[in-house]
Ligand binder design. Structure first.
Ligand SMILES: *[C@@H]1O[C@H](CO)[C@@H](O)[C@H](O)[C@H]1NC(C)=O
Ligand SMILES: *[C@@H]1O[C@H](CO)[C@@H](O)[C@H](O)[C@H]1NC(C)=O
Ligand SMILES: *[C@@H]1O[C@H](CO)[C@@H](O)[C@H](O)[C@H]1NC(C)=O
Ligand SMILES: *[C@@H]1O[C@H](CO)[C@@H](O)[C@H](O)[C@H]1NC(C)=O
Ligand SMILES: *[C@@H]1O[C@H](CO)[C@@H](O)[C@H](O)[C@H]1NC(C)=O
Ligand SMILES: *[C@@H]1O[C@H](CO)[C@@H](O)[C@H](O)[C@H]1NC(C)=O
Ligand SMILES: *[C@@H]1O[C@H](CO)[C@@H](O)[C@H](O)[C@H]1NC(C)=O
Ligand SMILES: *[C@@H]1O[C@H](CO)[C@@H](O)[C@H](O)[C@H]1NC(C)=O
Ligand SMILES: *[C@@H]1O[C@H](CO)[C@@H](O)[C@H](O)[C@H]1NC(C)=O
Length: 473
């Protein structure tokens, strides 16, 4: 309410008995609070390249995620990403430098950037870079999208589905890669399970020297060349970025935002959502621009970390092989629930080997292949992503299936079991065929960084007690 209107109101009411009650309504709301903006931007989360807050897989086929009727759970595996976070050190530096150059603009901002005239940057100090967003480090007390809250809510949802399985053995291990934010996510999850459980958090080194005994095989893969297919990914038209820059520069005479800087504004939007709960920067894009941005990211990921790069199947086989082994041994292992936390790329590598998001059609850089696109990177690995493997028994048979971000994603060639699951022996055969002739250690040239050829931590954690030093990466 403007000062003038407020004055008029109080003059009218000066001698009124109602004064007290109405004055309360006239108390100006602290501007940074912005409560009515929270929650209004969720429809764009799927377009933010997996950098923005968690959302459930948008194309849910309608298959209930609970095990089918009369089926008994035998084992649950989880591979989860850390939660909502601040930008990495390198992205943070670019954002800070963009913010500094915007502050040099001598006039007040006009048009869609006018919110910058009264704005506080969302990275308040450099210590938060690389870190999970938490209740403590949020720039807004009512931010609903902290990594901390996401992990805690996830743990409660986990309990609502799988508590009985957990209660069979209240003492168990949880596994986290040695990145600090990954470790913190696991700890928030564990805290929220409650004090009934005695959980040992095993921190698995993600240094290259850990070789195959890792949740982050990509770091142990010197043969991986991210630019291998840049000849394809670079073909995607960046006209949409030029359009954004031109529009902002037209609205603000003398501003010289470049296409590269326009690209950084999407990053700004995504990470500000994680830190503040909303971002006015997100409102400068048209839907078309968001779709271009999102597809360009799918395309890049597909050829760098996914099905478009043949080496990736070998990288992901390190974890998939271990996962299959755990499934096969479920009746002999004293732990029924295997919870692991790591990075987005590692989950993407793993799912690439499993083959869940590959229809064999290579992503095309010359257009957006709307109908053929099942590799939506941001849908698969948003912040807080969670990939479950369920093994359950129905009558005399056991079955396996995947639940990705709250949606059952069937293995299409093996989905004739209850709840579109895959009969266990068929699943093992599928896995064997998928990984035939695959060798992570050789394909990755891992011997040049480590001597460790096997993933053993799920089996030897009690003896080893994994406690790797935490890294800010
Ligand atoms: C928790 O488990 C550890 C072994 O992992 C054991 O040493 C410890 O006594 C247990 N604590 C409680 C409170 O049961
Ligand atoms: C594998 O590592 C060796 C020793 O470091 C190196 O000479 C060779 O070029 C590497 N090969 C690949 C494909 O990365
Ligand atoms: C791109 O590069 C890869 C090898 O790095 C090559 O196999 C492929 O043929 C190239 N594709 C195009 C379209 O140039
Ligand atoms: C503000 O932007 C609008 C276009 O959105 C433009 O027509 C107008 O001239 C701009 N005003 C100034 C002062 O640059
Ligand atoms: C933008 O570029 C113009 C022309 O090169 C220059 O005069 C102006 O100072 C630049 N403005 C900013 C904010 O860098
Ligand atoms: C399950 O196995 C038992 C014992 O082998 C057998 O009697 C029963 O008929 C089987 N049930 C089904 C549905 O196949
Ligand atoms: C899977 O693990 C077995 C040992 O349990 C090993 O012999 C095989 O080579 C592994 N396969 C892959 C693809 O890692
Ligand atoms: C592998 O093991 C050998 C013998 O133990 C050692 O000399 C070598 O430094 C190790 N290599 C790496 C990369 O750890
Ligand atoms: C991990 O535990 C071992 C054995 O208890 C200890 O020697 C080592 O210093 C610990 N490392 C870290 C990083 O805490």
């Amino acid at each position: 309410m403007s000062q003038d209107k407020k004055k008029t109101l109080s003059r009218l009411l000066t001698s009124s008995l109602l004064l007290h009650g109405l004055e309360a309504f006239a108390i100006p709301v602290k501007k940074s609070f912005d409560i009515d903006k929270i929650g209004t931007q969720e429809s764009i989360f799927p377009f933010l390249a997996g950098a923005g807050p968690y959302f459930s897989y948008p194309e849910n086929y309608g298959i209930p995620i609970e095990p089918p009727n009369k089926c008994e759970l035998k084992q649950i595996q989880l591979i989860a990403r850390h939660g909502e976070r601040y930008p990495t050190t390198s992205k943070g530096a670019k954002l800070l430098s963009l913010w500094k150059s915007l502050q040099q603009y001598p006039k007040s901002f006009n048009g869609s950037l006018s919110f910058l005239n009264d704005y506080q940057f969302f990275i308040e100090n450099e210590d938060v870079l690389e870190m999970e967003t938490t209740i403590d480090n949020s720039v807004n007390a009512i931010n609903p999208y902290t990594g901390e809250m996401d992990a805690k809510k996830h743990a409660r949802e986990f309990l609502s589905l799988y508590e009985d399985l957990l209660d069979e053995k209240k003492e168990f291990a949880v596994f986290a890669a040695s990145s600090e934010r990954v470790h913190d996510t696991a700890q928030f999850f564990i805290d929220s399970l409650g004090s009934r459980y005695n959980v040992s958090l095993q921190t698995i080194s993600e240094e290259p020297s850990s070789g195959a005994n890792t949740l982050s095989a990509g770091y142990s893969c010197p043969a991986w060349d991210e630019d291998q297919y840049s000849n394809i990914t670079e073909k995607y038209s960046t006209q949409y970025l030029i359009d954004i820059a031109s529009r902002l520069n037209f609205e603000n005479k003398g501003l010289n935002i470049t296409a590269n800087q326009a690209n950084m504004l999407f990053t700004w939007c995504a990470y500000e959502l994680n830190a503040r709960g909303y971002s006015d920067m997100c409102n400068i894009f048209t839907r078309e621009e968001l779709i271009h941005y999102s597809y360009q990211d799918d395309l890049t990921s597909y050829y760098q970390d996914g099905p478009g790069y043949p080496l990736i199947r070998a990288v992901g086989s390190n974890l998939f092989n271990a996962s299959v082994k755990l499934l096969q041994e479920s009746e002999h292992l004293d732990q029924r629930v295997w919870l692991s936390f790591t990075h987005d790329t590692d989950i993407l590598n793993y799912l690439t080997t499993v083959g869940l998001f590959d229809n064999g059609k290579k992503l095309d850089p010359s257009y957006v292949p709307f109908r053929d696109l099942i590799f939506h990177k941001s849908w698969i690995i948003p912040q807080g992503a969670r990939v479950y493997t369920q093994k359950f028994q129905c009558e005399n048979n056991t079955y396996v299936r995947y639940v990705v971000n709250d949606a059952v994603i069937p293995i299409e060639s093996c989905s004739d079991g209850p709840g579109f699951s895959c009969e266990a022996n068929n699943f093992y055969q599928y896995a064997e065929e998928t990984m035939a002739n695959m060798n992570f250690f050789q394909a990755c040239n891992t011997s040049s960084v480590s001597n460790i050829t096997d993933l053993t931590f799920y089996w030897d954690w009690k003896m080893t007690n994994y406690n790797a030093t935490l890294l800010k990466e």
